[in-house]
Ligand binder design. Structure first.
Ligand code: TRP
Length: 337
């Protein structure tokens, strides 16, 4: 039986962190055995917000290396760089004729971004959802593992696909957001404020590239308080977050011990010691991140191998992309040879 097609894109605009790992990459790794997977680095998209390309190449290679270090197997999936697949750009061109200025101006991400860069409201920013639709439709993918913030872009991709199908013939299946657990693991920053993020305070985000001592330092600085005021209290967000992190990287026994300590604590009898909890979490976090970091660094030091891997990814992606593009050209009547 033909496997369903999964596709997702990663913007190369920062270092990958623990939130990316548990929110996205861990799921990609699981999907690679079940589906026909395409994962790519969206370097064209990054030009809409980051026109300076001095560090772009390095970031692209780092993202590829980090994804492999997290368990993506380039033999099983197609792991490629967007700009290596020119077929995407041609499909983007056709889809642009089916996208309306009004609907593009209304998207939340566009409105957010022009607020952030009022001096650079470029057409690429406006048509960002069209390029994203081309990324997805070029492989006729049906499952797109993305977070909530991407729902609107997916809805637009379905709209463009539907318009295309209606006007030129049924080529595209409808793509939908897809994740295993209906509830994605949410990881907050270590200060308990908002999601762990690459752009916010760097000291409250654990990056996959962080050195051991940096990991320890960040975990030890995580926000705590004087402890619960009564047995079986409700945990404040920032404490809950430490337990979430612990449940992801520590042994079940360790988590159980600190859960019990928390639940048995009250004013004047605080059994849980957050200092000890953070020390344990720091060590387990080092144990978790270290092998990923080492593997990613080794790969980044082996540029030849990385280039070989993305070339191989591009070959696989282009084979699929050119099949779709041929159908598209035929359907529109753009095929003369
Ligand atoms: N817009 C996505 C983000 O900001 C990245 C992306 C680009 C993407 N093209 C895609 C995601 C196609 C899924 C499918 O994270």
């Amino acid at each position: 039986m033909k496997k369903e097609i999964v596709l997702s894109g990663i913007r190369p605009t920062g270092f990958l962190h623990l939130g990316n790992y548990f929110g996205a990459m861990r799921n990609y790794v699981r999907m690679q055995d079940e589906f026909d997977c395409y994962f790519f680095v969206a370097n064209w998209h990054s030009l809409t917000t980051h026109p300076d390309t001095k560090t772009l190449q390095e970031s692209v290679l780092r993202v590829v290396a980090e994804n492999i270090a997290c368990g993506l197997d380039p033999e099983k999936v197609s792991l490629y760089v967007q700009s290596d697949v020119p077929e995407i750009a041609e499909l983007y061109l056709y889809l642009n004729m089916l996208a309306y200025k009004g609907e593009l101006e209304k998207t939340t991400t566009f409105k957010d971004k022009i607020r952030m860069q009022p001096d650079n409201v470029n057409a690429g920013l406006l048509t960002y959802p069209v390029l994203q639709a081309a990324d997805i439709l070029i492989h006729r993918a049906v499952k797109v593992p993305v977070g909530k913030d991407q729902e609107q872009n997916l809805e637009m991709a379905r709209n463009f696909a539907e318009r295309f199908n209606y006007r030129y013939g049924e080529i595209f299946p409808m793509p939908y957001a897809f994740n295993y657990n209906s509830e994605l693991v949410k990881i907050m920053g270590l200060d308990g404020n908002g999601k762990m993020s690459k752009s916010e305070n760097q000291m409250t985000t654990l990056f996959l590239a962080d050195e051991d001592d940096m990991i320890r330092k960040k975990v030890m600085k995580a926000k705590t308080d004087q402890g619960p005021l009564a047995p079986n209290s409700k945990k404040p967000d920032y404490i809950e977050n430490l337990f979430t992190l612990m449940s992801l990287v520590s042994s079940a026994d360790t988590v159980k011990k600190f859960e019990e300590d928390f639940n048995n604590s009250s004013v004047g009898n605080c059994v849980i010691r957050y200092g000890d909890m953070k020390k344990q979490l720091a060590e387990d976090m080092v144990g978790f991140i270290q092998p990923i970091r080492t593997k990613a660094t080794d790969l980044q030091n082996n540029k030849d191998l990385l280039i070989k891997i993305i070339n191989q990814g591009a070959d696989k992606a282009r084979a699929s992309a050119s099949t779709t593009l041929n159908l598209v050209r035929q359907a529109i009547g753009m095929k003369y040879v």
